[in-house]
Each structure stands twice: as C-alpha cells, then as structure tokens.
Design a protein around this ligand. Structure first.
Ligand SMILES: [Zn+2]
Length: 111
C-alpha cells in the first residue's frame, strides 16, 4: 500500500474533531487562514430564515474557543452547535458552544 493510501485510510478513520485538529496542525505555518467545511444541498432553504441564493448551505468547521474551556474534548464530540460569525459572517459548526471562527479568529457563540 502506498503512503498516500495509508494517509487516506487514516483520515477516513478520524472523527470530525480529530480531522479538524489535524488539519489545523498541518496548515498552521502556511500563509493565510485555512479552513475546512461541509456543504449540503438545501434548495428549499429548510431551517434557514431565507434560502441560500445558491441552494447550498456551507458551514466551516470551527474549533472550540480555548479562552472559555479547560482540558481536552472527547474525540467523538458531535458537531451540533451552529453559529454565524459576527465579524466575517461565516456560517460555523462546532462541537463547542463557544467557538473560534477559522476565517477571522473571532469568538462566536453557537446554539
Ligand atoms: Zn469570522
């Protein structure tokens, strides 16, 4: 098995939080603010105040805000908290109610 396939298989086995932490660790020295997210087709705008003009909901995976929490998180913590960043207006999803926007670094508070 190639190294590439080994890496792919490893990544497939990670939970969302582990994947997010690994991604941030791998990208931290690159210029710019890198992030990962998830897109879902939502043509009817279900669960939104107004339907997205593109028909897609895009949410960026956000880590917890370390200023508000002590200690490690469970690797299997589900990404069920959603927020909109008040600074850059990115739509965020996180395992933590208090999260850090991966685009601009602002604190955001989920529901
Ligand atoms: Zn932001």
């Amino acid at each position: 098995m190639s190294d590439r396939q080994t890496v792919i298989d490893y990544l497939k086995g990670l939970g969302e939080m582990e994947l997010l932490e690994l991604f941030h660790a791998a990208m931290k020295d690159r210029p710019g603010n890198w992030f990962i997210g998830v897109g879902n087709h939502n043509q009817e705008g279900e669960g939104r105040i107004a339907a997205s003009p593109t028909g897609w909901d895009v949410k960026l995976l956000a880590p917890h805000d370390p200023a508000d929490y002590d200690g490690p998180w469970e690797a299997s913590a589900p990404f069920v908290r959603e927020a909109s960043c008040l600074t850059c207006q990115a739509d965020l999803i996180s395992y933590a109610k208090h999260m850090k926007c991966p685009v601009c670094g602002s604190s955001a508070y989920g529901h």
